[in-house]
Design a protein around this ligand. Structure first.
Ligand code: ANZ
Length: 979
C-alpha cells in the first residue's frame, strides 16, 4: 500500500487500517485479532470492506424506503402523519454549512453526528423528528473563486454542494432529503425575498403592545398609512395626508419602514470592491474575508432597523436555553449603556448640539466639546479662518479605520472649529473641536469632554491647554498610586479619574450634586436636565442598524424596483427576482488603499435586466431595478422555516406546520460553532421577532435550545515565515519536523484549510467506514469540548464494533449465533444498568458516555458467552448501538430476523427491578489481612458467610497448614478468620 510520508508521526493524519492497528493493538482476550482486513482474517469478520458494503446497502435502502421522511401535519408532505398523531415532536438542527471548495474535514461532522445520534434516539423514543441539512450557498468565497477561475459561481457552488451532499450521505445521517435546501435554489431565493418583503412592508411602532405584553412591535405598513390618513398620527409638518404630494407621502412612509435607505457611514473596502458590515471588520480594521484595509465613508445604503428590537433582543435571552457565554456575547454586542443626552446651545446661533454621555454627573467638569469629523454640523460651526484646517483634518480622518481612531495609545489629534457652545449647568462658553477619537456611529457623534473624568479628553486637554476641572474627589489610594498629594487642582494630576467617588465643585443656583455618590448624582443631574429642558435620560445601544446591501454579484437580488419617487416592492407574484445570468460577475475592485474609490455594482452593467418594463397595476412602464444584492447572512436568517415547508409556494409556511414544528419554544435543538454566537443568531432572532409580531410565526424566539460543539484540533506546522505548510507533507526526523527539508514549527490548532491540517472524512470512510468514524467522534469527549484528533485511536472504535458484531455473528460461518438461553440475573443487571445510563446520557446530549457503557456491556457478553450471547441481551445491545453506528445495527437487526428498519423500533426500556442493588461485597480477613472479597446476596446469614469464606479459592492458600482458631462473622460487613 501507498505509505503517506508522515503517517505514524502525526496523530492527525489518515492512515491505512493496517498501519492503524499494527501500532496500537494489544493482544489479549480479544482473540479475534487486530486486523480489520487482509488475507488471513475470518471470512465474516467486521472490517473495512464489510463495513463499506453494509453502509452502502443501508444508505440505499433508507433512501429507497424514505426512512427519514418526516411527515407534516398538513400540506404536500403530510403523507403518513397519522402514525405520529398525538406524539411529541423534535426539531433537531445543525447550523448549515457554507459549501466550501475544500469539502468537509473531520471537524465538521462532530456536530452533525451528535444531532443525528440525538435525532435517532428521539425517533426510537416515540418522537416525530424533523432533521435535515441545507447549504448556505451565496457568499464571497464562491465569487472570489469565480473571479480567480473565470467560472460562474453557480457551477462551483453546485459542485461543492454535491461534494458535501455525497460526504454527508456517506456518513449515514438520517436527514429528510426532501427538506434539504440550498439558499441559491430558485424556490429558496423566492422564500428569502418573501421574508424580505414582509419586513420591508412593516414598520416598528414603539407604542404598540407586543404579543408578550411589552412595548413596541412591528406592524404592517398599511396601518401606518391609515394613521396618517385618519390623522390619528400627524404628518411631520402637520399638513393633512392628502395635501402631501405623492413623493412626500412615499418618502414619509419609507422613512418608517423596517428596511430603509439612508446615507450612512459605511466600511468601504476597495480591495473587495464592496462595503462590509461592522461585524465583518477585524479588530485591526481589515476585512475578515481577504484581509484588505477598510475605510469609513458615507454612502447611500439599505439598512434593516434591528435597533428597534434592541430591548427585546436583550430581554428575550431569558426565554432561551442557551450557553451563558453566548447570551453574554449577545448582550455585549447589543451593548446597552445607560446615560443621558444633553443639549448645548451654540453661541451666536440658534443651533443646539446634542451629546450622549454615560456620566451626566460630571457635567460641571465639561470644559470643551468634541464632534466627530463627519458630524453634520461641522461645516456650519466652522468659522472661515478655521475652514482650511478643518477640511484637511476631515480628509485625513476619512482615511483612518475606526479601530485606529479609537486606539488608546495613539496621540490625540483634533482642530478647533472656531465656535463655542454654552455648558447648560454653569453658562460657561466652551470651545467646540473636531477630533477623530469621536466616532459618528455612536451616540450622537458628539461629546461633552470632561478631561478630569475621561482619559481621552484628559490627553486632548493637555495637548491643547484646555481647562481641567475635577467634579469627583478621587480616593487617597488613587493619588498614592501616582505619587502625588490629594488635590482638586488637576494641573497636578497625571491622568483622569474615571472611578466612583463623591461629587465636588458641582453646584449652581438650582442644583447641587456635592457630596452625592455617583448613582445619586447621575439621577439628580438627569432630573435637573429634564426639568430645565436641556437633556433627558436615555439608553444608548452600541448595536447599529444592519447594513443590508452589498455591491456584489453572488447574492440574493432585492425584490425592489425604483420609479421617480423611490423604491417599490414587487408583488409576491413577480418573485423570484432571479439573479441575471452574466459572465461579468467579477466585481470592480480597486487599489486596496484607494479610500476615494466609488463602488461599482456588477448588476449595474446588465442594462437590460436593470431597466425592465413591467406592469405594477398602472399599465406597463419602465422601472429601474435595485442592483445591490443582500448580504450573506440573509439566507441563513429563516432557513429553519423553509425546512418546515420546503415545497410551500404561498406565504412562508402553512401555519399549522410551523406551529407544529416550532411548538412553544422553537427549534428543540440547534447545534453549531460558537463563532456564530453573535451575527447569525442575532440577525436570525431579529427576523424571527418581526415575523412573530406580524403573526407569521407563533414563538417569540427561533431556537429554544442552543449548543456549541467544540473544535477538533490537530497538529499544524509553520515555516520560517510563519506560513502554514501542508501537514501531510511534514516529516519527522529525530524529534524535529521538516517540510521540503526546511525545519518547521509544530503547533496545535483547529482542523481546517486555514491551518493546512485537514483530515477528510473520505479518508476515514476508506480506512474504517462511516460507523467507526461516527463512534470515534462521539467517544472523543463531551460535545462542547475541543479535543485533539488522533487517527490511531480510531481503530479502537473499530474494534468495539467488531466485538459487537461478534456478539451476534459467527465470524467463521457468517451465521447468527445468538442463543435462546435465558439470561442470568447478572446479565440482566448489566443490561439494565447500561440502558438506564445510555438513556439518561442521550437525553442530555452527553454523547460520549453511552459508548463507554456499551463497551462494558459488550465486554461482559463476549467474555461470558464466547460462543454466542442470549438474544434477550443481544437485541437491546443492537438497538442501543443504533444511534451511533446505525448501519452496523441495522444489519445485525435484520440478520436477527427483523424485516423492518430499526429506525422507529422502541429504544430499550429499563426494568428498574434490575437496578436495585441486591448483592454486597464482604471482605474476608485472614490473620488481620484482607485476602478476598465475597460477593453475596444482601441478607446472607453468618453460617453461609463462614462456609463461603473458608471455601474461597483466594483464602485457601492462607489457611494451608494452619489451624483455624476462630471465625468471626459480622453479616453484611466482614468475615475474620483467626489462625
Ligand atoms: C462625558 C464623560 C465623562 C464620559 C466621564 C465618560 C466619562 P460607553 O460606555 O461606551 O457607552 N462618547 C459618547 N459618544 C461617543 C462617540 N461617538 N465617540 C467616542 N466617544 C463617545 O461610552 C459612553 C461615553 O463615551 C460617553 O460618556 C462619552 O464620554 C463617550 F467622566 O461623556 B462620556
Amino acid at each position: 500500500m501507498q505509505k503517506r510520508p508522515a503517517a505514524g508521526v502525526l496523530g492527525s493524519l489518515p492512515m491505512s487500517p493496517v498501519e492503524a492497528t499494527s501500532e496500537s493493538d494489544t493482544p489479549g482476550s480479544d482473540s479475534a485479532g487486530s486486523d480489520f482486513s487482509g488475507p488471513d482474517k475470518p471470512a465474516h469478520r467486521y472490517g473495512v470492506a464489510l463495513a463499506g458494503e453494509i453502509e452502502a446497502r443501508w444508505q440505499q435502502r433508507w433512501e429507497t424506503e424514505g426512512t427519514f421522511h418526516t411527515p407534516n401535519p398538513t400540506g404536500s408532505l403530510s403523507g403518513g402523519f397519522e402514525r405520529f398523531e398525538g406524539r411529541p415532536k423534535a426539531f433537531v438542527m445543525d447550523m448549515f454549512p457554507y459549501p466550501s471548495g475544500a469539502g468537509l474535514h473531520v471537524g465538521h461532522p462532530l456536530g452533525y453526528i451528535a444531532t443525528d445520534v440525538y435525532a435517532r434516539f428521539k425517533r426510537m423514543t416515540g418522537f416525530n423528528v424533523l432533521h435535515t441539512m441545507g447549504y448556505d450557498a451565496y457568499g464571497l468565497p464562491a465569487e472570489q473563486h469565480a473571479v480567480a477561475t473565470g467560472q460562474h459561481p453557480r457551477i462551483n457552488t453546485e459542485s461543492n454542494v454535491a461534494t458535501m451532499r455525497r460526504q454527508l450521505r456517506r456518513l449515514g445521517l438520517g436527514h429528510d432529503s426532501r427538506r434539504s435546501v440550498s439558499t441559491t435554489d430558485r424556490d429558496f431565493l423566492e422564500f428569502t425575498q418573501r421574508v424580505f418583503l414582509k419586513i420591508f412592508n412593516a414598520w416598528f411602532d414603539p407604542q404598540a403592545t407586543n404579543r408578550l405584553g411589552g412595548l413596541g412591535a412591528a406592524r404592517h405598513i398599511d396601518e401606518l398609512r391609515a394613521q396618517f390618513i385618519d390623522r390619528s398620527r400627524p404628518t411631520p409638518d402637520g399638513r393633512a395626508w392628502t395635501e402631501l404630494s405623492v413623493a412626500e407621502q412615499r418618502t414619509l412612509i419609507d422613512s418608517f419602514r423596517l428596511v430603509y435607505i439612508d446615507d450612512v457611514a459605511v466600511n468601504w473596502c476597495p480591495g473587495l470592491g464592496t462595503i462590509v458590515a461592522n461585524e465583518e471588520v477585524t479588530a485591526d480594521g481589515r476585512s475578515d474575508r481577504g484581509n484588505y484595509p477598510v475605510f469609513k465613508r458615507s454612502m447611500r445604503q439599505w439598512l434593516m432597523r434591528i435597533t428597534a428590537y434592541s430591548d427585546r433582543l436583550v430581554s428575550d435571552l431569558d426565554l432561551v436555553d442557551w450557553p451563558e457565554p453566548v447570551r453574554l456575547m449577545q448582550r455585549n454586542w447589543i451593548g446597552q449603556s445607560y446615560g443621558a443626552r444633553v443639549s448645548f446651545q451654540v453661541a451666536d446661533s440658534p443651533a443646539r448640539l446634542e451629546v450622549f454621555t454615560t456620566r451626566p454627573d460630571t457635567l460641571f467638569g465639561a470644559t470643551f466639546m468634541v464632534l466627530s469629523p463627519e458630524h453634520e454640523m461641522v461645516s456650519a460651526l466652522t468659522t472661515s479662518d478655521k475652514r482650511a484646517d478643518v477640511l484637511s483634518y476631515q480628509a485625513a480622518a476619512a482615511g483612518r479605520t475606526a479601530i485606529d481612531r479609537q486606539s488608546e495609545t495613539k496621540q490625540k489629534t483634533g482642530v478647533f472649529t472656531g465656535s463655542y457652545a454654552t455648558n447648560p449647568v454653569n453658562g460657561q462658553q466652551i470651545p467646540v473641536f473636531i477630533a477623530d477619537y469621536v466616532l459618528m456611529g455612536y451616540g450622537t457623534g458628539a461629546i461633552m469632554a470632561v478631561p478630569s473624568g475621561d482619559q481621552r479628553d484628559f490627553e486632548f486637554a493637555r495637548m491643547y491647554d484646555l481647562p481641567i476641572v475635577a467634579t469627583i474627589l478621587p480616593p487617597d489610594v488613587w493619588f498614592g498610586e501616582q505619587g502625588i498629594e490629594s488635590t482638586l487642582d488637576c494641573s497636578k494630576w497625571k491622568r483622569a479619574y474615571s472611578g466612583d467617588g463623591v461629587a465636588v465643585q458641582s453646584e449652581n443656583e438650582s442644583l447641587s450634586l456635592n457630596g452625592l455618590d455617583k448613582a445619586a448624582a447621575v439621577s439628580a443631574m438627569t432630573r435637573w436636565l429634564e426639568a430645565n429642558d436641556c437633556g433627558r435620560g436615555t439608553v444608548q445601544t452600541k448595536l447599529r442598524d444592519w447594513l443590508f446591501s452589498r455591491q456584489r454579484y453572488w447574492g440574493e437580488p432585492f425584490p425592489i424596483v425604483y420609479d421617480e419617487h423611490g423604491p417599490i416592492a414587487l408583488p409576491d407574484a413577480m418573485l423570484p427576482v432571479d439573479l441575471p445570468e452574466t459572465d461579468q460577475f467579477t466585481p470592480h475592485t480597486f487599489d486596496a488603499e484607494d479610500a476615494s474609490s466609488e463602488p461599482q455594482r456588477p448588476l449595474d452593467r446588465l442594462t437590460e435586466w436593470k431597466n425592465p418594463t413591467i406592469d405594477l397595476g398602472n399599465g406597463p412602464r419602465a422601472y429601474i431595478r435595485e442592483t445591490n444584492v443582500m448580504p450573506q447572512w440573509a439566507g441563513s436568517c429563516s432557513y429553519y422555516l423553509r425546512y418546515i415547508d420546503p415545497t410551500h409556494v404561498e406565504g412562508l409556511t402553512i401555519s399549522e406546520n410551523s406551529d407544529y414544528w416550532m411548538g412553544s419554544t422553537g427549534v428543540d435543538l440547534y447545534v453549531g460553532g460558537v463563532e456564530h454566537a453573535v451575527l447569525h443568531l442575532l440577525y436570525s432572532r431579529f427576523w424571527h421577532k418581526v415575523l412573530f409580531d406580524l403573526g407569521e410565526v407563533n414563538t417569540p424566539e427561533p431556537f429554544g435550545k442552543l449548543l456549541n460543539q467544540g473544535y477538533i484540533q490537530a497538529y499544524a506546522f509553520t515555516d520560517g515565515r510563519g506560513m502554514y505548510v501542508e501537514a501531510t507533507e511534514v516529516i519527522e526526523r529525530n524529534g524535529a519536523f521538516f517540510h521540503a527539508d526546511e525545519p518547521v514549527h509544530r503547533e496545535f490548532g483547529k482542523i481546517g484549510k486555514g491551518l493546512k491540517n485537514m483530515v477528510s472524512p473520505d479518508d476515514m470512510y476508506d480506512a474504517y467506514g462511516a460507523d467507526t468514524l461516527r463512534v470515534y467522534e462521539m467517544s472523543m469527549g463531551p460535545l462542547e469540548q475541543s479535543k485533539p484528533w488522533d487517527t490511531r485511536a480510531v481503530s479502537g472504535s473499530m474494534r468495539l464494533l467488531q466485538r459487537i458484531w461478534r456478539v451476534v455473528i459467527d465470524e467463521l460461518t457468517g451465521e447468527v449465533r445468538v442463543t435462546s438461553d435465558t439470561p442470568s440475573a447478572d446479565d440482566q443487571r448489566t443490561l439494565h444498568r447500561t440502558i438506564a445510563a445510555v438513556r439518561e446520557a442521550l437525553q442530555d446530549l452527553r454523547v460520549n458516555t453511552p459508548i463507554a457503557r456499551i463497551t462494558e456491556l459488550t465486554n461482559h457478553l463476549t467474555s461470558t458467552y464466547p460462543g454466542g450471547a442470549p438474544r434477550e441481551i443481544a437485541e437491546p445491545l443492537v438497538l442501543m448501538v443504533a444511534p451511533f453506528a446505525p448501519h452496523l445495527a441495522e444489519e445485525l437487526w435484520s440478520r436477527l430476523g427483523h424485516a423492518e428498519s430499526l429506525t422507529y423500533e422502541p429504544f430499550p426500556n429499563v426494568n428498574s427491578a434490575y437496578l436495585v442493588v441486591d448483592t454486597i461485597d464482604v471482605p474476608v480477613q485472614v490473620a488481620g489481612k484482607v485476602r478476598a472479597v465475597l460477593s453475596v446476596p444482601v441478607g446472607c446469614d453468618a453460617a453461609t458467610l463462614e462456609a463461603l469464606a473458608l471455601a474461597d479459592e483466594k483464602v485457601k492458600p492462607f489457611l494451608e497448614g494452619k489451624q483455624v482458631k476462630k471465625v468471626i462473622v459480622i453479616p453484611g460487613k466482614m468475615v475474620n478468620i483467626v489462625v
